[in-house]
Design a protein around this ligand. Structure first.
Ligand SMILES: Cc1cc2nc3c(=O)[nH]c(=O)nc-3n(C[C@H](O)[C@H](O)[C@H](O)COP(=O)(O)O)c2cc1C
Length: 142
């Protein structure tokens, strides 16, 4: 199974979360800013934060550029202070392209005094466990 891991970040939370996932599933974490090339991807982890209710423009632009013939499935990992703001626009773009969204994992972030010290080591570990679980569920699928 060809698996890729891409993050988009403004305050580095998503990079840290992606690094934790990368260590757990032993693939590199790539920054959208580096324009990762995706070919024949069975599963793509997309890690990003929420700003004023939605994903960063860099994440949206990256998802807009995805080709459904090159990326089959996406698992979202979303970092936000409220713990309950999914990546709506990203999900809709993926669905409109015919790319399957297998799941979305919410990871606590912070904003001003809210969510202080998040994401923390437990959040990183939980994200890594989530990714490993998705990989196990998908093993054997094409
Ligand atoms: C300016 C700003 C706006 C934010 N807006 C929201 C928001 O609307 N909803 C939310 O749940 N979290 C919000 N957050 C929290 C971030 O989503 C959270 O800290 C996330 O972990 C940031 O990810 P990043 O560092 O990878 O960019 C905001 C944070 C900042 C700094």
């Amino acid at each position: 199974m060809n698996v890729k891991l891409v993050y988009c970040t403004r305050t580095n939370h998503s990079k840290k979360i992606a690094d934790s996932i990368a260590a757990a599933i032993q693939i590199p974490a790539e920054n959208v800013a580096d324009k990762p090339a995706l070919e024949n991807v069975d599963l793509l982890f997309l890690v990003g934060g929420i700003y004023s209710g939605d994903s960063l423009p860099g994440m949206i632009a990256f998802v807009e550029s995805l080709d459904q013939n090159k990326v089959r499935r996406v698992a979202l990992v979303t970092s936000c202070v409220s713990y309950k703001m999914p990546q709506k626009a990203v999900r809709n773009l993926l669905l409109n392209k015919g790319i399957v969204v297998v799941d979305e994992f919410m990871c606590k972030g912070s904003f001003l005094i809210f969510g202080l010290r998040h994401p923390n080591q437990t959040d990183f570990d939980n994200a890594a466990q989530y990714a490993k679980g998705i990989m196990e569920n998908m093993s054997g699928m094409k």
